[in-house]
Design a protein around this ligand. Structure first.
Ligand code: GUN
Length: 295
């Protein structure tokens, strides 16, 4: 019988720890940590993400602010907003919600964020620090994958971890983090992608299978070794007339046939998803401690 890696419960436990830490500081008269977000345009999914980040920030006692810009904002104007937040001593960390409108160069924008406030871990400096194993803000989803494994005391050392997907924000950093010489890592990692040959043959060797390919129900039973730990990072809206909102959510794993093979598996929704915002809160807490010289 498989067991669920419950991201919702894990996120509640970590948020409790953060809220406790915030209370310790505010009880001494210090201001709470402040997470800001820049939101450009009116993309529905982005608005939902930012609203969830605000809600979670408030739950742990952070100050939260959102700077909204219209979709025709120029890159220069956005860069000025970033400069403003870089210089604002009352802001510990901020994110620029992606994607940005097409006329704005995303990499220029990311490069402008101060590495000390880059709580998304998207700047080249933080990515470089991560790869070197230095102290860094880690990207939210990969950090969430590590947090859930750690929360359930899943042994990683010496395990063969197969990652499917090599995106900059999930697959590549997950492969990096799990192969590091650190507690909660030390895996032997294989990174698979669109040009990988004999994919099922490789994924069947995985003790830990991390799926971040962005294709609905891509991983089927024939691709999974019995007893594997399966982490599904995918999230897809599937039209469903029986649901009030008109859709249900599916992952990159075909859970109806894969789950029964697993020792542990993340559900979708309620797996890695809730952990990503928690990672952002953890990074903001870290930025605050550094900013306030607390450690
Ligand atoms: N868009 C989708 N996910 C993310 C994220 O983690 N951070 C930012 N800034 N934008 C996103």
């Amino acid at each position: 019988m498989y067991q669920l890696l419950d991201g919702k419960q894990t996120s509640i436990a970590i948020k409790d720890q953060i809220a406790n830490e915030v209370r310790q500081y505010t009880a001494k008269g210090m201001r709470p940590p402040h997470l800001a977000a820049i939101l450009v345009g009116d993309d529905g999914a982005s608005q939902t993400y930012v609203a969830n980040k605000e809600k979670s920030s408030h739950e742990v006692g952070f100050t939260s602010s959102v700077y909204r810009y219209s979709s025709n904002t120029s890159e220069e104007e956005l860069l000025r907003a970033i400069e403003f937040l870089n210089d604002d001593d009352e802001v510990d960390g901020f994110i620029v919600q992606l994607p940005l409108p097409k006329h704005i160069n995303e990499q220029n924008v990311i490069n402008a964020i101060s590495p000390d406030k880059d709580v998304d871990g998207f700047t080249p400096i933080n990515i470089g620090r991560m790869v070197l194993g230095e102290d860094a803000f880690l990207p939210a989803t990969p950090m969430g994958v590590c947090s859930i494994l750690e929360h359930y005391n899943i042994e990683t050392e010496g395990k063969h971890c197969v990652v499917i997907g090599r995106s900059n924000i999930v697959g590549t950093p997950v492969a990096n983090l799990l192969s590091r010489n650190k507690k909660g890592a030390n895996c032997t990692v294989t990174l698979c992608h669109s040009r990988t040959r004999n994919l099922p043959e490789i994924t069947r060797q995985a003790d830990i299978l991390v799926v971040a390919i962005g294709k609905q129900e891509f991983v089927t039973a024939d691709m999974v070794k019995p007893g594997a730990v399966v982490i599904d990072v995918g999230i897809h809206r599937v039209p469903d007339e029986t649901k009030k909102n008109g859709y249900h959510l599916a992952g990159d794993v075909k859970h109806s046939e894969v789950d029964s093979l697993c020792s542990w598996v993340t559900p979708v929704p309620g797996g890695v998803g809730p952990l990503t915002i928690v990672s952002l809160l953890q990074n903001t807490m870290k930025a605050y401690r550094k900013h306030m010289s607390l450690n």
